[in-house]
Design a binder for this molecule. Structure first.
Ligand code: ZN
Length: 475
């Protein structure tokens, strides 16, 4: 069965066919780095890690870009209020850059703890100002934006029509904006118009010169400019949280398509929320929200949270509960115990698989191809382990390891560590990459890889003679 996914554009599960197979271009809306990312944010990011791995399982090569918003995201998703980063900077007495760097580091550390593959690039908005200014120029030239004293605005009225605003959300502009108080105070032609570039904001710390005057970008234009720079004018898959549908993604489509006259993204895929027990969205505005760092104290491994999310369909709400997290921890322990129990001969390369494993493989594959049905895939993986115990036949281990390329529990690595073997193949690949990075004096990459290895449980010691020692810590 080919891969199928629910496309918000058509409101239906579609067979997936990328523009240039086996390449898949994937743009994922990333974090605004002004607070720690909470578990709800990470549920969304995890879903894209599952999506990417499932596509790779199908033989695709996935090129993923995720933005890091370090300027221009206002306290409302429209243009109102304060810039979130600058608000935190003022409150903490730091510069916007310090705030962004601090929360980006936290974000990346949690990212690695959750066993997520890093995208080809985390693109920072402030590194792409030139691309944003160029894109805004194109939109003005196409007649869909205008300049006033307070900003460069997208002209929503000019962009009305079939297949334009509301295509994604299937809502009228009034409906999309129903939850927000619209800002009539600025010199916009319509309250629905949104800022591509903010002008005349002398109190904003970050400012860049443009043909229209100094200022800073709006949040929506950042994603369009970075997606197009790295993935082309039409991307295969664009992902985000369901809260991005009505404003952020509608605006991204409008800006991009008015400039290029080409479809911006062929598949829009959206993740449902992680919710509290009472069904409320776990969000930053609700005050206290759980963080990944809250879990180890409760005896929950970060990878158990990963498995907890894997156990739910990406477009269904998931209730965060102690019972749910403990059950996921139980499943993680079950997989790990199996990994420890597999005898050496069953783990040797080329070991036979038992009769059942082939059908397990098919079922696992079908589940993923069926609109990324991860709970069903998880059930197949658990069943493979149960079946192995029943038959006292550990020949399913290599099959479980192929599943783990999507589950992402690092079970092969765990087994090596638990049995006290020296270095796992996964770690060796990172060690080789790090040696190469050090040779080419790419210290940023080498540092990233060191942190990744430490997260995996290795001690990394760079000696003065240029050699490096890697030692696993026993589990
Ligand atoms: Zn975005």
């Amino acid at each position: 069965m080919p891969f199928h996914i629910f496309n918000t554009l058509s409101r239906s599960v579609e067979e997936f066919s990328p523009q240039n197979p086996p390449e898949v271009t994937l743009y994922s809306c990333g974090p605004t780095v002004y607070l720690p990312q909470h578990l709800g944010n990470f549920r969304t990011f995890l879903n894209w890690d599952f999506l990417k791995r499932a596509l790779k399982f199908d033989g695709y090569r996935v090129r993923q870009i995720m933005n890091i918003t370090d300027v221009g995201h206002m306290t409302s998703d429209q243009d109102d209020g304060e810039d979130k980063i600058e608000k935190t900077a003022r409150a903490e007495g730091k510069s916007p850059l310090e705030v962004a760097n601090h929360y980006t580091e936290l974000f990346l550390a949690d990212w690695d703890r959750l066993g997520m593959e890093r995208p080809e690039l985390f693109s920072r908005a402030t590194d792409h100002i030139a691309e944003m200014i160029a894109l805004i120029g194109r939109i003005i030239d196409a007649g869909f934006a205008y300049v006033t004293k307070s900003g460069v605005y997208f002209d929503v009225e000019r962009y009305r029509g079939e297949n334009r605003f509301g295509r994604l959300s299937r809502q009228s502009l009034d409906e999309q904006h129903a939850a927000n108080r619209l800002d009539h105070s600025r010199d916009k032609r319509s309250p629905h118009d949104f800022a591509l570039w903010m002008l005349d904001q002398p109190h904003h710390i970050l400012q860049w010169p443009t043909p229209w005057g100094p200022g800073y970008p709006g949040w929506h234009i950042e994603c369009s400019a970075m997606a197009m720079k790295y993935l082309g004018e039409t991307i295969d898959i664009h992902t985000g949280g369901m809260d991005h549908i009505p404003i952020h993604h509608e605006n991204e489509i409008a800006q991009s398509e008015s400039a290029t006259r080409k479809p911006f993204a062929r598949y829009f895929v959206h993740s449902a929320f992680l919710v509290g027990k009472e069904g409320a969205k776990i969000s930053k505005s609700a005050g206290k929200f759980p963080l990944l760092s809250d879990l180890p104290g409760a005896g929950i491994d970060p990878l158990a949270f990963r498995l907890f999310c894997f156990g739910a369909k990406y477009r269904s709400e998931l209730i965060l509960s102690d019972e749910g997290l403990r059950a996921a921890q139980g499943n993680l322990d079950y997989f790990r115990e199996f990994a420890r129990n597999v005898p050496a001969e069953a783990a040797a390369p080329g070991a036979e698989t038992p009769g059942g494993a082939e059908t397990h493989y098919e079922r696992f594959h079908d589940a993923l191809d069926n609109d990324l049905n991860t709970p069903q895939a998880l059930a197949v993986a658990l069943d493979l382990v149960a079946e192995s115990y029943r038959r006292q036949d550990f020949g399913g281990w290599p099959t479980l390891l192929t599943f783990d390329a999507v589950l992402g529990l690092q079970l092969g690595h765990y087994r090596e560590m638990a049995l006290g073997a020296t270095i796992s193949p996964e770690a060796q690949a990172l060690i080789d990459e790090r040696a190469e990075a050090r040779r080419s004096r790419n210290f940023k990459r080498s540092d990233e890889l060191r942190k990744q290895l430490e997260t995996m449980g290795y001690e990394v010691k760079d000696n003065r003679d240029g050699a490096t020692e890697y030692r696993p810590r026993r589990i």
